[in-house]
Structures are given as structure tokens and as C-alpha cells.
Design a protein around this ligand. Structure first.
Ligand code: PLP
Ligand code: TYF
Length: 397
């Protein structure tokens, strides 16, 4: 029976990273998967997470199942982190959340809830969007429409195109938005643009579904969710898929949450019960370790400050790398790379053709996605000159 199933291709992002791992070149650079790497090229454990882990290991008395909604301290801490402790929706108990296996689990649970409310609903996704959005939401039965977003010539958001396309989204439709640090392009909306989207959602009746996987890595913890909070202030219903993979370095612990902002406390409770039923259909209870760590960090003033400081330093390092990349690339080419400095978070497209991205890999052992998306955090003082010179060589042909 099972022998009818053919070999499947590798994930387009993870496959390139594993190709880099097996490349013997001493000069190789991995700019593929979105993980934060420090100057030494290591994806570190946050100090605050390590401390929380030490106390958790010392104090933990059971490995019994988590509650279906997950850890209460984690859910409460994450709601405040994302929505702000002064959120009116929180004060009115119009928010519920379920701990999920990573942001991916949150996207999937959000999709399950949408499909339960409106089977086969249309989800508007940005062009381009993170490729994993499509199987995560599509396998539930949701359908896709695309709105214009990134404009390769200007290296910025085509906001007029976005507004024109979303003009066709109406009641019963969902609009998937990247809360900050757009993956793959790094081009984010301004607060004024978020406000226009909120106006349109109010007027046209579509519901935003916000994927926030990089809070704290664009401009800062508060700044990065300003747009999302504006939607929550103004609209009756918003679903949020939050991840602690990047901003707490908990990638492999699969730590995230789906947040439901709804029009009443009663409906928020109903949505949580629906989310628990959806989780039971897929994996039942969430994993414990990462959420217990994140819950401890968020609940302890000292650990929280320690975590915020380390995250801020990562954010500054990425932004510093963006500045250095612009100047190194411009020294080695005759192109304007200034857009890299205007973009946010881990990713930017370098603006190379597919053939140029492949040449960098094959001739120089520099691995980026074939769209020329790079993980900026993979750049460091030891590889930036080699990278810029190789880009220069490839562009000269
Ligand atoms: N959404 C986007 C845009 C991402 O880039 C990621 C991961 O890197 C996620 C969601 C969810 O990640 P995870 O499931 O590891 O928390
Ligand atoms: O886009 C990225 O690189 C990250 C990590 O199937 C990732 O979001 C990549 C591929 C994947 C899951 C996560």
C-alpha cells in the first residue's frame, strides 16, 4: 500500500541549509534558514532562558500532560507582550489564547478556526509571502488570493497595489499580514499604512490574521507590534499567530500561541474551546518545555529585563549588519543597496537574479535562497568582505 508514495523534494529553505552543511569549502556562508546567529556564527541560548531552564529543571516535579490550552503563565505573558498590558481588549477579556507548537502550530490552529467559522474562506496573502503559509493554511481547506506587496524595482512596498487588491476583500475574507520583519522581503508597512488597512477592514468587513514571528528583531519589542495593536484597538476580530522561536531563541522547543481577539468575552471563550477541539484533532496537548521557560522569563521581572536587553542587542546587531552590508556591497559593485538599511528583521532580497544566486552558491559556496533572500544575521565580521567581493564578482559576470 505505501509503496505508491514517491520521494518528495526537500523543503526549499531547509534543503539549501543542509546542502551548505555538507559543502567542504572553508569559506562557505549559510544565509538560508531564518535563525539568529551571533558574531561567531552560533545560534545562542538566551541567558535568561538558560537561567529559567536551570530553575525549571531543579523544581519540575512532573511530566504529566499540559492542560489543553497550555501553560497559563505563558499565555498571559504572551498576551501582554503582544497586545500590551494596557490593551482594552485584554481588560474586557475579549482575548483568549492557546499555546501551540511554534508559530506554525498557531497558524494552523488559526486556519482551523477560520475554516470552522467559514469553510473554504478566502485568505489574502502577500506577494510574496513565506512559502510555508500555503501548506499550513491550504491543507485545512482555505483558499488563497494574492495581494501585491513587494516591488522589486523600488525594493519597497507597493502600497497602492496592495490597497487596490485588498479593495476586493470583503466580509468573510481573511487578510494574512506579517506583523513585522516581513518574510521574505523585510519591507514593512508604516504605521500610517497599518491605519489605512484598519480603515479598510472596518469598512469592508474582512478579518486580519497577523503572523508575528519576529517581535523585537525589527525596531524593538513595542515598535514591532504597533501596527498589530492598532488593528486590535479598532477592529472587533483579529487572529494572531505568535512565535517565541526567534525572539526567545526557542526554535526547537516549538513555542508559540494563537491569540483570538473577538467582539465579546463570551465569544473569546467559545473560540478557545474551538481551538482546543482543533488541537485535539491534530496533536492534543502542546509541548511543555519551551512554554514553561518562556512563561518563567515573562513572569519574572529580573529575567524579563535580562531577556529584553539581550534581544535588543541582537536587534541592534542586525541593524548594524544592514548598515555595514550596504557600504561593503556598494564598495564592490556599482549598485545602490541602500534599501537593505531600510528593511527590517532577518531577511532582505539582495535583488539578484536566480542565476546569480546559484552562481554565488556554486562558485563561492555562499548559500542564499534562489530568490536572493538572505538571512542578514548570518553575516559577520569574518565573512562580510568575502560575501561582498563574491557578489561583486558575480554581478560583473
Ligand atoms: N511565520 C513566519 C513568517 C516565519 O518566518 C516563521 C518561522 O520562522 C514562523 C511563522 C513560525 O515559526 P515557528 O513555528 O518556528 O515558531
Ligand atoms: O523562513 C525561514 O527561514 C524560517 C525558518 O519549513 C523555517 O521561517 C524555514 C522553513 C520551514 C520552517 C521554518
Amino acid at each position: 500500500m505505501l509503496d505508491v508514495l514517491p520521494q518528495m523534494p526537500e523543503d526549499s529553505i531547509l534543503g539549501l541549509s543542509s546542502a551548505c552543511r555538507s559543502d567542504p569549502s572553508p569559506n562557505k556562508i549559510d544565509l538560508t534558514v531564518g535563525i539568529y546567529m551571533n558574531e561567531e556564527g552560533v545560534c545562542p541560548v538566551f541567558d535568561a532562558v538558560r537561567l529559567a531552564q536551570q530553575s525549571l529543571v531543579a523544581e519540575e516535579t512532573t511530566k504529566a500532560y499540559m492542560a489543553p490550552a497550555g501553560d497559563a503563565a505563558f499565555n498571559q505573558g504572551l498576551q501582554r507582550l503582544v497586545l500590551g498590558s494596557g490593551s482594552a481588549a485584554l481588560a474586557d477579556a475579549r482575548v483568549s489564547s492557546i499555546q501551540t507548537p511554534g508559530g506554525c502550530g498557531a497558524l494552523r490552529i488559526g486556519a482551523e478556526i477560520i475554516n470552522a467559522a467559514a469553510p473554504g474562506a478566502r485568505v489574502w496573502v502577500s506577494d510574496p509571502t513565506w512559502p510555508v503559509h500555503i501548506p499550513l493554511l491550504g491543507s485545512v481547506g482555505l483558499r488563497f488570493e494574492t495581494y501585491r506587496y513587494y516591488e522589486p524595482v523600488s525594493h519597497g512596498v507597493n502600497f497602492d497595489g496592495m490597497v487596490e487588491d485588498l479593495g476586493r476583500a470583503g466580509r468573510g475574507d481573511v487578510v494574512l499580514l506579517h506583523g513585522c520583519c516581513h518574510n521574505p522581503c523585510g519591507a514593512d508597512l508604516t504605521l500610517e499604512q497599518w491605519s489605512v488597512i484598519a480603515d479598510m477592514a472596518e469598512r469592508q468587513g474582512f478579518m486580519p490574521f497577523v503572523d508575528i514571528a519576529y517581535q523585537g528583531l525589527g525596531d524593538g519589542l513595542e515598535q514591532d507590534v504597533a501596527g498589530l495593536r492598532l488593528l486590535v484597538e479598532r477592529l472587533p476580530e483579529v487572529i494572531i499567530a505568535a512565535s517565541c522561536s526567534k525572539n526567545m531563541g526557542l526554535y526547537r522547543e516549538r513555542t508559540g500561541a494563537a491569540l483570538f481577539v473577538s467582539s465579546s468575552a463570551e465569544n473569546a471563550r467559545a473560540l478557545l474551546s474551538q481551538a482546543q477541539v482543533a488541537a485535539r484533532r491534530i496533536y492534543s496537548m502542546p509541548p511543555a518545555h519551551g512554554a514553561l521557560l518562556a512563561g518563567r522569563v515573562l513572569a519574572d521581572a529580573e529575567l524579563k529585563t535580562n531577556w529584553e536587553d539581550e534581544l535588543q542587542a541582537m536587534c541592534w546587531r542586525i541593524n548594524g549588519l544592514r548598515t555595514s552590508l550596504v557600504s561593503k556591497l556598494e564598495q564592490n559593485t556599482d549598485r545602490d543597496f541602500g534599501f537593505i538599511e531600510r528593511e527590517k528583521g532577518m531577511f532582505s532580497f539582495l535583488g539578484l537574479t536566480r542565476a546569480e544566486a546559484i552562481a554565488l552558491r556554486e562558485k563561492h559556496s555562499i548559500y542564499m535562497l534562489e530568490s536572493s533572500r538572505i538571512n542578514v544575521a548570518g553575516v559577520n565580521g569574518a565573512n562580510i568582505d568575502y560575501l561582498a567581493e563574491a557578489v561583486g564578482a558575480v554581478l560583473r559576470g
